[in-house]
Design a protein around this ligand. Structure first.
Ligand SMILES: CC(=O)N[C@H]1[C@@H](OP(=O)(O)O)O[C@H](CO)[C@@H](O)[C@@H]1O
Ligand SMILES: [Mg+2]
Length: 561
């Protein structure tokens, strides 16, 4: 960096001092905190996004959101040129600059990093960053801070895309870098047209009942509801009712949204007894999570939850079916068969019943630590990799080589057996790859895929929910002195530190039929999370409580003196 560049950063960063006592970590999903302390962080991440763009010679993205967290919180994360999360290799640098105490120290950190990474400021190609934010009121001024960060890098350009869902921003970054059409309208058109295409390939339609036609969506009073309104207009044939769109005066994520519905297993605000039996869905605050549910008839606040694991199971079942149709070659061109590697990725939070179900289908199921950056990376190793967190964040990734094969197969079948079942299966898979967001998990594209598959199968939400029965489970949080004292292994299923805690957990687990439990430090909150499941709810609750007690004994405040 030349002196001019250094003094530019020094000058602008002096206007965004780090508030006293703030310590931030890039965590599972970027920086998150109370919005009022985030200006300096967002400003610095603006610079980081520009450096990432210079390093990769590609466009990057910066999203301002705190997803399912309180409306008074906010956060910031970077989309890498692929449309995925910021490369994990840069996370320590992100942490370092976010916590840098003075402008001088900050400039020095950047200077050292730029040298180490060999980032060139030769002006051959300048940095370009797409900016987006969710509907949080603090978003506007934070976006301004991000712009100031970007403009502290000579020649860098920030393109403000306005209010978007997180997956829309990631999708745009990916599309632009692939020289594809990348406006918001292009996004909607791609979703709409691939959905229509897929639905048109539904075999002689099994007529659904009136209740099965209808879908009610809880928009979490966030950005998802308003974007779904746009899609709804394009899809005028679908009967969708959107509630908690944010226009009715409700508060973002308060008693609404996918996180609330999945964790509390109760109806979100605005849903009542008259909705019994109707298919309902819930998005989170930035519309990258999706869960379905139906209101139970015997108790108005209880729901039958259809979570991320069941969405994953529905997708896996459908994809597997299409692959087997492809394999049923009538002609002797069996050599045209491509053994597509289909893989399913879950975390330890996946309900044990879902894993059993998927394995029974003959699928390869692998586990990664929590956080979509890990699941995504793993899923990308397959020709078709399906990943979901139980909370509803996930997508399906298609490899380039498999898509090339599908296109070639389609051309061949077009000339030989147009309209055959095999060709339809090929076309369905191609449509899925266009519909489901290839950059990150996306509630809107996920929702359309669920709807298309349910139509294809002629299933109600009840049929879908009956794929398998969830094992009762319980999640608890434990406040401890230092959550980093817990170190895990084997995709977070085993605690290797503090010593002997795992042995103690094992003793508890052994007391319960189908018992399973693990602890891990949260990456987004200052707590230890406890998960337990067992054959009945009382047992899951009791196991979770015993393990929470162990966490407290080994790590808690009672132990700190
Ligand atoms: C148990 C759970 O739901 N954990 C969530 C939560 O992470 P924690 O590291 O558990 O705080 O937020 C992450 C980001 O949204 C999400 O990826 C993850 O699944
Ligand atoms: Mg989210």
């Amino acid at each position: 960096m030349d002196d001019n560049q250094k003094s530019l950063i020094l000058k602008s960063s002096s206007q965004y001092p780090l508030p006293q006592g703030v310590k931030l970590s890039y965590g599972t999903a970027g920086f998150r905190a109370e919005a009022s302390i985030l200006e300096s962080t967002v400003f610095r991440v603006g610079i980081l996004a520009a450096l990432r763009s210079l390093k990769t010679q590609s466009l990057t993205g910066l999203m301002i959101t705190a997803s399912h967290n309180k409306v008074t919180d906010n956060g910031v994360k970077i989309a890498d040129p692929s449309g995925g999360m910021l490369t994990q290799e840069w996370e320590p640098f992100a942490d370092a600059i976010a916590n840098s105490p003075t402008p001088q120290h900050f400039v020095q950190l950047i200077d050292e990093f730029v040298k180490k990474e060999n980032i060139r400021f030769d002006g051959v190609r300048s940095a370009k960053i797409l900016l987006g934010r969710d509907t949080r009121p603090s978003g506007e001024s934070l976006l301004e801070a991000a712009k100031q960060g970007v403009y502290s890098i000579v020649g860098a350009t920030a393109i403000d895309m306005g209010i978007l869902t997180t997956p829309q921003l990631h999708w745009m970054v990916r599309a632009r870098n692939k020289d594809m059409k990348a406006t918001e309208l292009d996004y909607f058109e791609q979703l709409w047209s691939s959905f229509r295409f897929l639905v048109d390939l539904t075999p002689n339609q099994i007529k659904m009942s009136k209740t099965d036609d209808k879908l009610i969506v809880d928009g979490a009073n966030g950005v998802g509801g308003e974007k779904l309104e746009v899609l709804k207009k394009m899809l005028n044939s679908m009967d969708i009712e959107i509630r908690n769109s944010g226009k009715e005066g409700g508060v973002l994520n308060e008693g609404v949204g996918a996180d609330y519905v999945q964790k509390e297993k109760v109806v979100p605000q605005g849903f009542q007894l008259k909705d019994v039996g109707i298919r309902c869905a819930s998005l989170d605050g930035d519309a990258d999570r999706l869960v379905y549910f139906s209101v139970q008839s015997n108790n108005t606040s209880k729901i039958d939850l259809v979570d991320g694991d069941k969405i994953l199971s529905l997708f896996a079942l459908f994809i597997k079916e299409q692959l087997s149709i492809l394999k049923m070659e009538g002609d002797d061109h069996v050599d045209e068969n491509y053994e597509a590697r289909l893989g399913v990725v879950q975390t330890a939070y996946a309900n044990g019943a879902s894993t059993d179900y998927l394995r029974q289908l003959g699928l390869e199921v692998v586990f990664t630590p929590t956080g979509v950056k890990y699941l995504h990376e793993k899923a990308a190793e397959y020709d078709i990799g399906i990943y979901f967190e139980a909370n509803g964040h996930g997508t399906i990734l298609f490899s380039e080589s498999f898509l090339t094969w599908l296109n070639a197969r389609n051309n061949e079948l077009s000339s030989k057996s147009k309209g055959s079942e095999q060709q339809k299966a090929v076309l369905r898979l191609v449509a899925v790859s266009n519909l489901i967001n290839q950059a990150v998990g996306d509630a809107l594209s996920g929702l359309l895929l669920v709807e298309a598959i349910l139509q294809y199968k002629g299933w109600s939400i009840h049929n879908w929910s009956e794929l398998y029965h969830d094992l009762p489970s319980r999640q608890l949080k434990v406040k401890v002195v230092d959550r980093t004292a817990v170190v895990t292994a084997n995709a977070e299923t085993v605690a290797v530190r503090p010593p002997l805690i795992q042995e103690a957990i094992n003793v508890e687990v052994a007391k319960y039929p189908q018992g399973r439990s693990f602890i891990r430090p949260s990456g987004t909150e200052d707590v230890i999370r406890v998960y337990a499941e067992a054959s009945i709810q009382e047992a899951a609750d009791s196991l979770a409580n015993s393990v929470a007690k162990l966490a407290d004994q080994f790590l808690g405040f009672g132990n700190s003196g």
